[in-house]
Design a protein around this ligand. Structure first.
Ligand SMILES: Cc1cc2nc3c(=O)[nH]c(=O)nc-3n(C[C@H](O)[C@H](O)[C@H](O)COP(=O)(O)OP(=O)(O)OC[C@H]3O[C@@H](n4cnc5c(N)ncnc54)[C@H](O)[C@@H]3O)c2cc1C
Length: 364
């Protein structure tokens, strides 16, 4: 039976440990903080098929099966597929990639049928069956009906519960390859050898990789996502949204009474201005949301040079180091790939998995 050490109990580390244990391995997960409180923190993430790189579309398909398997195994709802609406110039391009992959996706004349909070608030007599105004106010877009929102807290909690005492509260300071081929973890209170170590430390991954002689170039920035209440109370169904013109996204929180919106990434001094820009955007674009935010999520973003959705896994002997952005939706598939004895070749950095548009330099 192999013995695997996993550094980090964010969604990727938890998924890796869960998959490794399902393969019969003994697992230890080292977490220096609270599981799921790093980049995986908060109440929701978008699950979308729509990506620029067809390999990401295929990974999302694989991951969706994984989410459904987790729901069955862990006994809790994790993925609510009320659709994802893509607005703006990339909608047409994404349609082609999705059609090539055999994903059900379509252009719609009125995306407000899927997301009524986009619609101008109509006088009662003008409200249609969807609650949205019709006619000249219609907003066209692409709909990915099989996409939706991930119940992130439920996912982290269920995986952490399942792993139980395999998660140890400790900070890893160094990961070292031993002449024997085994991998040493030096954590705060212990020095332990494992057959393999998988580093899923989010923002902490490049530091640990450097200690093992690997240079992972990650562009770090910070991000703010604000939460707004729906003006008319909870909606029965709410799609997620990607506005490719504004570079914004949004998703419903559990209960559908609140909606979270984020726009760009920035540097630390720019966070306050980015929050203001988000409030202005919501006032302009989402008439169905109250204009004052009621919640906030600040977080680090780690982007690889080949694209905003890029993913890569660096290997040195029995140690692997994963880096990338927008990993949450892919976690079941990514965890299975990281737990396998041999890494699939397309996740090696040379393959530039997830190549596509980058957000560019941090902006205020
Ligand atoms: C607001 C927001 C919105 C997002 N939207 C989406 C979305 O819609 N869809 C999507 O797919 N993705 C989205 N993402 C990105 C996604 O959430 C992240 O890519 C994903 O959560 C990263 O998970 P992770 O496990 O790699 O990292 P993390 O969750 O950061 O986990 C890493 C863990 O490692 C621990 N750690 C670090 N160093 C050490 C050490 N030396 N020793 C021990 N422990 C250590 C940390 O404490 C942390 O818990 C979003 C992110 C944010 C913040």
């Amino acid at each position: 039976m192999s013995d695997i050490g996993v550094v980090g109990a964010g969604i990727v580390g938890l998924a890796t440990a869960y998959a490794a244990r399902a393969r019969g391995a003994t697992v230890t997960v080292y977490e220096r903080g609270v599981p799921g409180n790093g980049q995986s923190g908060g109440d929701s993430r978008i699950f979308r098929h729509a990506h620029a790189d067809p390999r990401l579309v295929a990974l999302a398909v694989e991951a969706k099966e994984g989410w459904r398997a987790w729901e069955a195994e862990l006994g809790t709802e994790l993925l609510v597929c009320d659709g994802v609406v893509v607005l703006g110039p990339a909608a047409g391009d994404r349609l082609g990639v999705l059609e090539d992959a055999g994903i059900d996706a379509r252009l719609v004349d009125d995306a407000t049928d899927w997301l009524p909070i986009l619609a101008p608030r109509a006088a009662p007599s003008a409200v249609g069956s969807s609650g949205a105004a019709a006619g000249p106010d219609a907003i066209s877009g692409l709909v990915d009906p099989g996409g939706g929102v991930i119940r992130t807290r439920a996912a982290v909690a269920a995986l952490a519960r399942s792993l139980g005492e395999a998660i140890v509260a400790d900070e890893v300071l160094a990961v070292r390859l031993l002449p024997s081929g085994r991998v040493e973890v030096r954590a705060g209170g212990v020095t332990v050898e494992h057959d393999r170590v998988v580093v899923c430390a989010g923002r902490g991954t490049p530091d640990l990789a450097r200690g093992a002689g690997l240079d992972i170039a990650v562009r770090e920035s910070v991000h703010v996502r604000l939460t707004f209440a729906l003006r008319d109370g909870p909606a029965p169904r709410l799609a997620c949204v990607l506005d490719t013109e504004a570079g914004a996204y949004g998703d419903p929180l559990p209960g559908n009474a609140h909606y979270a919106i984020g726009i760009g990434d920035t540097d630390q001094p720019g966070l306050a201005a980015e929050a203001e820009r988000t409030v202005e955007y919501v006032a302009r674009r989402f008439p169905g949301l109250e204009p004052e935010p009621v919640g906030v999520r600040h977080c680090w973003v780690t982007e690889l040079p080949w694209g905003h959705d890029g993913i890569g896994v660096w290997e040195a002997g029995g140690a692997s180091f994963v880096a990338g952005n927008n990993l949450f939706k892919h976690a079941p598939a990514l965890g299975a790939a990281l737990a396998a004895d041999t890494l699939r070749v397309d996740l090696r950095p040379t393959a530039q998995f997830g190549a596509g548009p980058s957000r560019g330099a941090p902006r205020r």
